[in-house]
Ligand binder design. Structure first.
Ligand SMILES: NC(=O)c1ccc[n+]([C@@H]2O[C@H](COP(=O)([O-])OP(=O)(O)OC[C@H]3O[C@@H](n4cnc5c(N)ncnc54)[C@H](OP(=O)(O)O)[C@@H]3O)[C@@H](O)[C@H]2O)c1
Length: 237
């Protein structure tokens, strides 16, 4: 159980992070969430309850990440769902956009692990986030696949270097979260229907499906260095 454990969720104002916060709170954990948008943090706090601590933080800014961990003090588990991702054809995409993606999804998690680890309880854990396109090539996802593979590799090496702290990586499949809110509704629905029809489970994922796996990783003291695929059988297709 997570009763009394202090859990920091960077990216906890939306999607998988928000559901993880909800699930951990239900088990009696103390929750700190952080992300860039004050508005999203305020809305998340309204949903989660006044006891949740919120911090504005941009993980691409190394100094901000360092001061964030200096400010919040010690805690038991770190979960980093923070990411703003993008895709596009390899030849057509500006390299600046790809660098931005790495700044956000790779370096953000790298800084969080680097500055968060010294403040974590030795019995605690870090959970990082990769994604299915690292393992299942998809047209238009060359950079995202590479960044996800980099995060997975980072997590596995950190499981050795930071031991006895446990470090795991979750690799979600296609999950219906606000991450695709910028997509026109019709295109989003048809994308989800197309994916669902090919998956053994015949549906795309929900944020709760992935949050469930994060809560398992936080609680099972015998699991470290794993990449947990939560993707409805996507890798079998
Ligand atoms: N949804 C999927 O289909 C899917 C598939 C594969 C992998 N994943 C991975 O799963 C993780 C969670 O995704 P999700 O679907 O839950 O996304 P989401 O709903 O868009 O949530 C992402 C969260 O990250 C925060 N964030 C983004 N950039 C940040 C930054 N630089 N600094 C601090 N916070 C930042 C966002 O809040 P602010 O905007 O306030 O910063 C938001 O709270 C991500 O790593 C994502 O790549 C998702």
């Amino acid at each position: 159980m997570l009763q009394g454990q202090r859990i920091v969720i960077i990216g906890g104002s939306s999607g998988i992070g928000l559901e993880t916060a909800r699930g951990a709170l239900a088990q009696g954990a103390e929750i700190v969430i952080a992300s860039r948008s004050e508005d999203k943090l305020r809305k998340a706090k309204e949903k989660l309850g006044a006891k949740v601590e919120t911090y504005q933080l941009d993980t691409t800014q190394e100094q901000q990440v360092k001061s964030f961990f200096d400010t919040i003090g010690s805690f038991d588990h770190l979960v980093v769902t923070a990411a703003a991702t993008s895709g596009g054809g390899f030849l057509e995409t500006d390299t600046a956009k790809v660098r931005e993606l790495f700044e956000n999804k790779f370096w953000g998690q790298y800084y969080a692990a680097k500055y968060g680890a010294p403040k974590l309880s030795p019995n605690g854990s870090i959970t990082l986030f990769a994604g299915v396109v690292a393992y299942k090539a998809m047209v238009g996802s060359s950079a995202l696949g590479a960044v996800n593979a980099a995060v997975a590799s980072l997590g596995q090496t950190l499981a050795l270097e930071l031991a006895p702290l446990r470090v795991n990586v979750v690799s979600p499949g296609i999950i219906d979260t606000p991450s695709r809110i910028g997509m026109p509704e019709e295109a989003r629905r048809s994308f989800y229907e197309g994916v669902a029809s090919k998956l053994p489970v015949k549906r795309v994922g929900r944020a709760e499906d992935v949050a469930h796996s994060v809560l398992y990783l936080l609680q099972n003291g015998f699991v470290t260095g794993t990449v947990l695929h939560v993707e409805g059988g996507h890798l079998l297709t």
